[in-house]
Write a protein that binds this ligand. Structure first.
Ligand SMILES: [Zn+2]
Length: 318
């Protein structure tokens, strides 16, 4: 999940807030008691399974607050979190794989570290690797990444029948992990970027993803078109001085400093641009504009909830 330091805050009111954001390339499919978000263009390959999980339908009990009132909900938590039982997560994972039609595939996960490390797997690994992208050409593996605001990206190379799953928060985006995954697929499988289809699943949207000067500066230094991905005082933050290390010099009593200015970052736009620069055809990049922060009915959000679950994006060759 994106880890930039900001205060937790209430989600915005949903009125007029892209509530019916499922566009023509995306569909919520009900299966095995769950709701799976699918990228329609990936469904034309009969050798491929894929899907992005949503909250409803699991067996994990999570106390969530909606409109200020805490209530227990049964959710599909797919990550081993401190508040959940391992058996519940294992059962949720089993249901998710079943809903995807990948019951007999070996679920392959990562210990995600907000890096640019890409793992190529040829068979089910015996222990969980560290990294933020998985790629394979082997059948009966279900590659997965876990998110709760970060952007999950699924890649398909139909010509060589290779697939990848990528986890991109702001650090991974900054490190161009999506482009590096395409690069590794090129090297290992002979993938041609122009053949690749990319599905960018639900993550925290431009509407809700506030970041401070430390993030703005890093993007400004790395990408000539970074400005396009931000709303707010981009230039001011990109060129701002670091905060005064000696707060007494500001002449403000403690706790009375003005709040630091912030920008909103669009991680979907950034990753789409990074993929396009890597040679993926813009017509083959499909972006879900569902925001995890805006839609507590469908998604977990690390920013929205102090205690939350993990969604999974998964892809595999049958
Ligand atoms: Zn939002």
């Amino acid at each position: 999940m994106p880890t930039a330091r900001i205060a937790k805050r209430e989600p915005p009111k949903p009125a007029g807030h892209r509530l019916s954001a499922l566009d023509k390339h995306w569909k919520l499919r009900r299966a095995a008691g769950l709701q799976i978000l699918e990228a329609i263009p990936l469904k034309k390959f009969n050798w491929l399974v894929h899907g992005f999980s949503t909250c409803p339908g699991g067996i994990s009990d999570l106390e969530r607050s909606s409109s200020g009132r805490a209530k227990k909900e049964s959710v599909l938590n797919l990550g081993f979190t401190d508040w959940d039982r391992r058996e519940s997560v294992a059962e949720n994972r089993r249901r998710f794989a079943k809903a995807l039609g990948a019951k007999s595939s070996a679920l392959t996960t990562l210990r995600q570290i907000h890096s640019d490390v890409v793992r190529i797997v040829g068979s089910a690994p015996s222990n969980v690797c560290q990294g933020d992208a998985l790629a394979t050409r082997a059948p009966r593996l279900l590659l997965s990444v876990q998110t709760a605001d970060c952007i999950p990206i699924l890649l398909v190379d139909p010509r060589n029948r290779a697939v990848a799953a990528v986890h991109a928060g702001w650090r991974g985006t900054l490190a161009r992990i999506a482009a590096k995954t395409i690069g590794r697929m090129q090297m290992e499988f002979g993938t041609r970027p122009a053949d690749v289809l990319a599905a960018l699943g639900p993550g925290i949207g431009r509407c809700c993803y506030e970041v401070g000067p430390e993030v703005v500066k890093e993007f400004a230094a790395q990408f000539p078109h970074a400005r396009d991905w931000f709303d707010g005082p981009f230039d001011a933050l990109a060129s701002s001085e670091d905060p005064n290390p000696l707060p007494w010099l500001t002449m403000m009593p403690p706790g009375h400093e003005p709040p630091p200015p912030r920008c909103h970052l669009d991680l979907h736009a950034a990753n789409s641009a990074i993929l396009a620069t890597a040679g993926v055809a813009p017509k083959n990049i499909f972006v879900s504009d569902l925001c995890t922060f805006c839609r507590p009915d469908l998604f977990f959000s690390y920013r929205r909830e102090a205690r939350t679950g993990r969604m999974m994006a998964a892809i595999g060759i049958t």
